[in-house]
Design a binder for this molecule. Structure first.
Ligand SMILES: Cc1cc2nc3c(=O)[nH]c(=O)nc-3n(C[C@H](O)[C@H](O)[C@H](O)COP(=O)(O)OP(=O)(O)OC[C@H]3O[C@@H](n4cnc5c(N)ncnc54)[C@H](O)[C@@H]3O)c2cc1C
Ligand code: FES
Ligand code: FES
Length: 493
């Protein structure tokens, strides 16, 4: 086998300029680098945790669909993840011209900027939306702006601006349209198939050449921090000052960013982001679409991966409970060896997963619910969008012809130290007629399955009551006139 080449610099394009960095720390964020090293201060720091969107920039990358730009949070995006990409900041929007870009002009004309601090972030999110959807619906605008907060309550003015952008005419000087072919060619030229290694001793980062190279690098350095979308790891650095060196950046590995379906099972590579998974999941397992839409804001969904959500083992991660209820399996890989396990056995205890040193999550395999079964997932949060789960319940029901429960799998987040099945509740339902009386009797079993905690998101009593009521709700939705496969959009506490 040919030896993998190694390069000691990160290469990418910033606005129009080629950048090569040989001296960059594994925990250096794009936001700090833009503002402090490049004096590009249009990109703001608000929360430094991916919540407010003041730091929104675009990152363009070559994919199967060509050159694609996505909004991301520069505050939790590490420099090591940018190799081979095009970073676009708000300063680039005017190109060389005197005139504002239509997105900026619309925000000015419709008074979408009050204090102005959040404005560059809003402009970049709207720019990303306008590039993909020049005439978006209000729902699409709201979705694109879920991750942008304006504390001056300027939302209505911002919405008016967003609706008007396309009436300014397709900007002849839209920089990313003008440069598209040139940038694509330059990004293609950056793909040299090399592994990137920058730094030495305690300050090291690695960008593997491909998945095999990642497997080899991790086997050699089992203590390294794997960084996929960095929507969790970013906060370890900005909020907890944790040392993540040596860090291995896997977000750009095409081999982990594949999705396929065979024999009714969808295989999702560990590097697939929420945004990339959305279309397939919402078509094949409709209840998952609205759930994905409620994970973070658009920028977080453009970066964060389902693999990372599973791997971090958080008790309040949103995807493990529905995946467990669907009977998903997980493939783990160490070097060349792979093993596939039921996802639910991966979560051993709080902070402890069934992952050996040097092993990584390669893919998750999700069975599409069979015809005639019912599946739903309900996320309970204090506010609907961009909020962390208080409790989340997922239900997968198979009824026998005589109306009895042939099988039911129920899994919860936020109720135990790990994502967990409600096995006592399931047992109380299986074999019984699917009726309100059965459901109400089974609700008593929640006490044997879960002892929830009180924290800032909810009290133990609230969690216990909400969890029980979600089962009742699932019963009502599967038996009433309301179609199943729905995630209600009104769960706010
Ligand atoms: C503003 C904001 C809002 C959020 N909202 C939600 C929400 O509503 N619901 C929710 O569930 N989460 C939410 N999150 C958390 C986060 O987005 C998810 O957990 C996300 O899926 C993590 O994926 P990632 O690729 O960013 O992981 P990273 O941050 O890169 O990594 C997370 C962990 O997984 C490990 N890891 C990553 N990939 C692998 C792999 N292939 N093999 C082994 N280990 C791996 C990393 O080492 C790390 O321990 C939010 C985060 C932010 C910043
Ligand atoms: S500074 Fe708030 S999302 Fe980045
Ligand atoms: S204009 Fe957005 S916070 Fe003031």
């Amino acid at each position: 086998m040919a030896e993998t080449k190694t390069r000691n610099e990160i290469r990418f394009i910033l606005n129009g300029a080629d950048v090569a960095l040989t001296d960059i720390a594994p925990d250096a964020t794009l936001l700090d680098w833009l503002r402090l090293d490049r004096s590009l201060r249009g990109t703001k720091e608000g929360c430094a945790e991916g919540d407010c969107g003041a730091c929104t920039v675009l990152v363009g990358k070559l994919s199967a669909e060509g050159l694609v730009y996505e909004s991301v949070n520069a505050c939790i995006r590490f420099m090591g993840s940018l190799d081979g990409t095009h970073v676009v900041t708000v300063e680039h929007l005017r190109g060389d011209g005197e005139k504002l870009h239509p997105v900026q002009q619309a925000v000015v004309d419709f008074h979408g900027s009050q204090c102005g601090f959040c404005t560059p972030g809003f402009v970049m999110s709207l720019y990303a939306l306008w590039m993909k959807t020049p005439n978006p619906s209000d729902a699409a605008i709201e979705k694109a702006l879920q991750g942008n907060l304006c504390r001056c309550t300027g939302y209505e003015a911002i919405m008016r601006a967003a609706r008007a952008i396309s009436s300014y005419g397709k900007a002849a000087k839209d920089p990313l349209a003008v440069e598209r072919n040139d940038i694509a060619a330059r990004l293609e030229a950056l793909r040299d198939g090399a592994r990137v290694e920058v730094g030495s001793a305690k300050q090291r980062l690695i960008v593997p050449a491909d998945v095999d190279d990642f497997a080899a690098a991790l086997e050699k350095e089992p203590g390294a921090t794997i960084v996929a979308g960095s929507t969790d790891v970013g906060l370890w650095v900005t909020k907890h000052m944790r040392d993540i060196s040596p860090a291995i950046f896997i977000g750009g590995l095409d081999g982990l960013r594949t999705m396929s379906e065979a024999d009714g099972v969808i295989t999702i590579g560990a590097g697939v982001t929420y945004s990339e998974a959305f279309e397939t999941l919402s078509k094949r397992i409709p209840a998952l679409g609205p759930l994905v839409d409620r994970i973070g804001g658009e920028q977080v969904r453009n970066m964060g991966t389902i693999g990372g959500n599973v791997a971090n083992g958080s008790p309040i991660g949103d995807t493990p409970p529905p995946l467990i209820a669907l009977g998903a399996q997980l493939t783990l890989r160490k070097g060349k060896a792979r093993r596939t396990i039921p996802l639910e056995t991966f979560f051993i205890a709080y902070g402890k997963q069934d992952r050996q040193p040097g092993e990584f999550v390669e893919a998750v395999h999700v069975p599409v619910p069979a015809k005639g079964t019912s599946f739903a997932v309900y996320k309970v949060t204090k506010r609907r969008d961009e909020d962390i789960t208080a409790t989340l319940g997922a239900f997968h029901l198979t009824l026998a012809k005589d109306g009895t429960v042939a099988d039911i799998r129920i899994a919860y987040g936020g109720m135990a130290p790990t994502p967990k099945r409600a096995t006592a509740v399931e047992k109380a339902l299986i074999g019984k007629t699917w009726s309100e009386a059965t459901v109400e009797a089974a609700m008593a079993e929640y006490a044997s399955d879960f002892t929830p905690l009180t924290d800032m998101r909810a009290t133990a009593e609230y969690r216990a009551m909400a969890a029980r009521n979600l089962l009742l709700r699932f019963y009502v939705e599967t038996t009433g006139t309301k179609a199943p496969f729905q995630v209600s959009r009104n769960e706010a506490a």
